[in-house]
Each structure stands twice: as C-alpha cells, then as structure tokens.
Design a protein around this ligand. Structure first.
Ligand code: HEC
Length: 393
C-alpha cells in the first residue's frame, strides 16, 4: 500500500481522535469554570464548604458543593480529569508532526517568506514548542507570578512577538498552526505539570492525615483560568487552515492576534455572565475587531490588464502549476489522491473549480509554499479568466 494513502488515513483518524478528546476536555474545562463562577453560599452552613450549586440536566437535579480546601475525609471514589487533556495533546502533536514536520517542505516552509531547509524549520518549530512552555512556566513561577494583570500584559506582548516571528519564519498556514500548537502545549502542560501534580500532593497530604497546602489549590486554579482564556483563540487557529485569507494576509500575524483577542473577549463575557453581569460591550468589541479585520483585509480589485486570456492559456498554466497535485493520480511526491477531491485536468473540471480557484490563487494559498513556482503574472491571468466568467471556449 502507498505511504501517502496510509498517511491520509492516519491524518483522518488522528484528527477525529483530536476533535473528540478536545471536545471532552474543553467541555469539562468550561463546565468547571462555570461551576466555580456560579457557586452560592451553602445553605447548610458547613464551614468547609465554600459554595454550592443546584442545577438540572438530563432530567435530574444535581447538588454540587465545593470545599474550601478539602473535605474532612477523603471520599472513596474521586474522579480526576486529565486523560481528555493528555489525549488531546497526544493526538494533536501526532497530527502536527504528520503534516507540518513530515511534510515540512509543503506546509511549514514557504520560500517567499523565508527560504530555509525543511529540517531547520522543523528544528525551529520544535524549539519554539518547548521554549513556549518553559518561558510561560518560569513567568508564572517568578515573583510576579501571582500578579495576574502584569502576567496578562507580559503574556499578550510575548504572544505578539511569537506570532510575528512565526509568520516571518514559516509559511502562513504553518505559522498559525505553530502558534496554536505552542498555546495548546502550554494548556496541556498546565494540566500535566501543575494542576494534576498539585492535586496529587493534596490527596497524599490528606492520606497522611495532614491538611493540604493551600498553594497547590491556588496554583491549579490560576493555570485553569489561563487555560479558559486560551481555548477560543486556539480553536480559531485550528480551523484557520480552511481560510487562506487569514493566514495568507500580508498582516497575518496581526490577524492572528486580533481574532485571538476576540476569542478571549468572548470568553471573558461568558465568565462575567456566569457571575451575574452582562457586559455586552465585550462581544460587541470582539465583533468590532473582526469587522475591522474583514474590512481592512479585503483584497484589492485587480486593475488594468484584466483582459481575459484565451482558455488554452489558462489550461497551460493550470497544467504546469496545479495538476501535479490536482489530478486523479497526482504525480507530486506525498500525494496519493487529489487534495480535497479537487481535480483540474479537463476543461470542465477547471471550470467547475473556478470560484474556489480564485480564492486560493488570490490569497496565494495555492500552490502551497508555491512549490510549482507560479508567477504573479500567471496568477493575474487566472484571476482575469475567472472574473470574465470562466469561459472554456
Ligand atoms: C503541491 C501540491 C499542490 C499544488 C501544486 C496545488 N495545490 Fe491546490 N491543494 C493542495 C492541497 C494539499 C490542498 C488541500 C488544502 C487543505 O488541506 O485545506 C489543496 C486545495 C485546493 C483547493 C480547495 C480549497 C478548499 O479548501 O476547498 C483548490 C481550489 C486548489 N487547491 C486550487 C489549486 C490551484 C488553482 C492550484 C494551481 C495554481 C493548486 N491548487 C496547486 C495541494 C496543491
């Protein structure tokens, strides 16, 4: 069996696993943040209980209580929440390696951005993944670690630098995913290296009959709150490969930051709503940021030289620049089947994909990393042909 074919199946199955575990993880994460924000003073006056919540779901009533530090005795069964997070990372990292490292010359390197060897791009990508977590963790453990406002400001500034660097080292799509993978790694490492070990120490202390150290509770809560704000930006990044107007924009690193900021504002809105406020200016602000992006990012209409070329010329361009991948049997190494089912061998097929072609060619998303060396003039010819109604005679 062909390696590229198997790689496509690995891609699909890993992606499926990643989405499933991601939903499970984010679901519990949002649930518990919401629960924390909605706790009310306990009715029965137990001094150890910090708050409680009544809720109704799936046809039943639930009564949950949060203990200030710990209950008097350790319950026999204690549910932990960690495998959702671990599997989200494992599947996501495997997918990232399969696409962006194994096929670095297609997806990570874009010579128009920076002409570096694929192995060097992979090495930089790995160093940034590890460095992101180490830097973030050191910051949280530093003496400013509990000053959330300062931490937020430093975090946002660092993210801006990372986005800028990634977008000037890697191709747009790879750069976005690099930032997403770094952020996702920080989120999972928060669970694996801080939250879960802290909880283990709390449980161990109780088993010895000691009171658990409250710092573990504080640290765990802090990281969990950070995670909640990072979630929506990361989800945007994960779906961005479908939208080349974001990652192929000239100001792609600003697009990344602006949409990320919008996601964090929307999350903040829900957090405040759970506490009883209704600051509609937050989602309104997020919408304004996105509207500004849409408006400023709109591609310019091509001017002059918009005469539609004869179809024969279009077919020649497509044959030399696109068909190595977009054929029923691609000749490009690493491609077992036409990507996204897009085949452009016959005039009818080329015409069928004309509208999609405009989006891909205009944003320079295709050919990926300009592997087939399409020229700006050829792009102009293809766009002029689409604008003229994609005639095939
Ligand atoms: C090196 C291989 C390669 C070359 C050359 C190439 N493409 Fe693609 N194309 C891809 C891949 C991979 C995808 C799927 C991208 C993704 O994963 O979203 C794709 C997707 C597309 C899509 C579908 C986009 C979508 O998400 O619906 C269109 C349209 C397209 N290409 C047009 C072109 C055109 C036009 C050219 C020539 C100018 C071209 N491609 C050259 C690899 C290639």
């Amino acid at each position: 069996m062909d390696a590229a074919y198997l790689s496509e199946w690995a891609n699909l199955l890993l992606r499926w696993l990643h989405v499933i575990t991601g939903i499970a993880w984010i679901g519990t994460s949002f649930y518990f943040i919401g629960l924390d924000n909605q706790l009310e003073r306990p009715a029965d006056g137990n001094p150890r209980v910090a708050g409680e919540q009544w809720s109704i779901h799936g046809g039943g009533f639930y009564h949950k209580q949060k203990y200030l530090l710990a209950p008097e005795r350790l319950p026999e069964t204690l549910h932990w929440f960690k495998w959702e997070a671990y599997w989200t990372w494992l599947s996501g990292f495997a997918l990232f390696v399969l696409i962006y490292w194994v096929q670095a010359s297609t997806y990570l390197v874009d010579p128009a951005v920076l002409d570096i060897a694929p192995w060097l791009a992979v090495a930089l990508s790995a160093a940034m993944l590890a460095g992101g977590w180490v830097g973030y963790d050191l910051l949280c453990r530093s003496r400013h670690g509990e000053n959330e406002a300062l931490l937020g400001a430093i975090g946002a500034a660092t993210l801006a630098v990372v986005a800028f660097v990634a977008c000037h080292v890697f191709g747009g799509r790879g750069a976005f995913l690099q930032v997403g993978a770094m952020t996702g790694t920080i989120m999972v490492a928060n669970v694996a290296m801080v939250i879960i070990p802290g909880q283990r120490k709390m449980v161990e202390a109780m088993k010895r009959g000691d009171a658990p150290d409250p710092k573990y509770g504080r640290w765990g809560k802090q990281r969990s709150v950070h995670n909640t704000y990072l979630t929506l930006p990361v989800i945007f990044i994960m779906i961005s490969p479908h939208y080349p107007m974001t990652y192929q924009s000239r100001w792609n690193w600003l697009v990344l930051l602006a949409v990320g900021l919008s996601g964090a504002l929307v999350r903040q809105y829900f957090v405040l709503r759970q506490k009883g406020a209704n600051p509609v200016w937050l989602p309104a602000g997020a919408a304004a940021v996105v509207a500004l992006l849409v408006w400023t990012g709109a591609p310019e209409r091509p001017t002059g030289a918009a005469e539609a070329p004869p179809f024969a010329e279009v077919q020649t361009i497509v044959a030399s620049r696109c068909v190595s991948c977009h054929a029923a049997r691609p000749t490009q190494e690493g491609f077992a089947a036409p990507p996204k089912g897009v085949v452009m061998e016959t005039p009818q097929q080329i015409r069928r994909w004309a509208a999609a072609m405009r989006q891909q060619v205009q944003t320079e998303a295709m050919p990926p990393g300009n592997l087939t060396d399409i020229t700006p003039a050829e792009r102009g010819r293809l766009l002029a042909w689409v604008a003229a109604g994609a005639p095939v005679e």
